[in-house]
Design a protein around this ligand. Structure first.
Ligand code: COS
Length: 383
């Protein structure tokens, strides 16, 4: 290896970016505004992503998927989020929902669900509850033994793509006396008796992605649905998030890039005081800061993705850092993009107000940025 190979993406990733960008601009962007305005699932995006093998590209080839590595998945999500954050949740949620199965499940279990995911089934992740958000191990949903079966009762909150997905990884309490060591992971199917969904939440952003409660009422499943050792479900859930928080960084990165692209173009179109507003240094400084921060977020996110792929020891730090940094950048960049567009930025004729609303969630979900800082601090070298 020479220095020529360092800090440059291999050609295959640049080719992937170009093809996803073309698909996103042609088939996803035209619907992004309506999806947001009508609070409707981005079916056009779901169909286009599935057809191109991008809706769950992380599924290994032996299970019918594309076998995309963590960096490739990041680039897919980034490019889709650049035009429609709601649509980018399709590949992100599918990875989040199925990663516990990929990390903890048996070969038979993977053969049972992953090929269906590759064909478009959808896979959601059920960890959070109304009283267990940041304090995830305080969850109350119970799975109790009944002969050879498990009976699940309880409810999960803020579940992305709930109702759309066929499969759900459910993190449930199997021995309340043991705290985080009494938690176990299961797969529940939408068609299982006793599974139902709440009304879609009315959200500030990400309005194209349904977020609903999921209810479990005496849902009875066999032990073949258990994907962690009994009591090892919390560690599996946390291990999963170490890998998938990077996909939220990718999403934030894409939203920020999309907002910068709109603002930069607009700055050359809009004339005030007889010249392009780009000619004012105040606007140039804003655009330069936006681009600089986006590039820094991109480097950190790609570095985190390669650590996820290799399973490096410092993944936890990099994953939390990339999610925090990229989402904070997305919030600042989208606010500044609205500012560059002025009055036009504040109305829905341009996409930057949607992007600003979408950016906010990336600072909150898959662990608030405050929780990420706890994770980073716990993983500093001295610890
Ligand atoms: N990977 C593997 N295991 C982990 C882990 C990780 N990242 N984080 C914690 N664990 C394990 C710990 O090692 C510990 O086991 P041991 O006692 O054997 O060491 C166990 O899980 C409990 O860990 P801890 O005591 O650190 O748990 P806390 O209750 O303090 O919670 C935080 C830790 C706050 C980091 C965790 O609850 C969290 O990430 N919360 C946010 C949840 C979230 O992201 N929700 C978003 C919804 S999911 S989309």
């Amino acid at each position: 290896m020479t220095t020529n190979d360092l800090y440059a993406l291999p050609l295959e990733y640049n080719d992937l970016r170009a093809s996803v960008r073309a698909l996103a601009e042609n088939e996803i962007a035209p619907h992004a505004g309506a999806v947001d305005e009508d609070h409707r699932f981005p079916q056009e995006a779901a169909d286009a992503l599935l057809k191109a093998g991008l809706s769950a590209a992380h599924v290994p080839t032996e299970f019918g998927g594309e076998g995309a590595d963590a960096l490739a998945v990041v680039i897919i999500i980034e490019e889709v989020a650049r035009v429609c954050a709601s649509s980018s949740l399709i590949p992100a949620v599918n990875k989040l929902g199925s990663l516990p199965l990929m990390l903890g499940g048996s070969k038979e279990q993977k053969e049972r669900w992953l090929p269906q995911l590759a064909k478009g089934s959808g896979f959601s992740y059920c960890l959070s509850e109304s009283e267990a958000g940041s304090d995830a191990s305080a969850l109350k949903t119970k799975a109790e033994r009944s002969g050879d079966n498990w009976v699940i009762n309880g409810s999960k909150k803020w579940i992305s793509n709930a109702g759309v997905s066929e499969f759900y990884t459910v993190i449930a309490q199997t021995d309340p006396s043991k705290g985080s060591k009494g938690i176990t992971a299961f797969i529940v199917e939408k068609s299982d008796a006793g599974v139902s969904f709440g009304a879609p939440e009315k959200k500030m952003g990400f309005r194209g992605s349904p977020t609903r409660e999921v209810y479990f009422d005496d849902v009875t499943i066999g032990d073949d649905r258990r994907i962690s050792e009994v009591g090892a479900g919390f560690a599996l859930a946390m291990d999963t998030l170490d890998h998938t928080r990077i996909t939220i960084a990718a999403q934030a990165l894409g939203i920020a890039q999309g907002a910068l692209d709109v603002a930069a173009k607009y700055s050359h179109e809009r004339k005030q005081f007889g010249k392009e507003i780009f000619d004012f240094q105040g606007v140039q400084f804003m655009l330069a800061d936006m681009a600089m921060n986006i590039e820094a977020a991109r480097q950190l996110t790609y570095a985190a993705a390669t650590r996820s792929e290799r399973g490096d020891k410092d993944l936890k730090f990099f994953s939390a850092a990339s999610k925090t940094f990229a989402s904070d950048v997305a919030m600042k960049v989208t606010q500044d993009a609205v500012q560059v567009l002025g009055g036009y930025g504040y109305v829905s004729d341009y996409p930057v107000e949607r992007m600003m609303r979408d950016a906010k969630l990336t600072q909150i979900y898959e662990g608030t940025n405050q929780i990420q800082r706890i994770v980073m601090a716990r993983n500093l070298p001295a610890n």
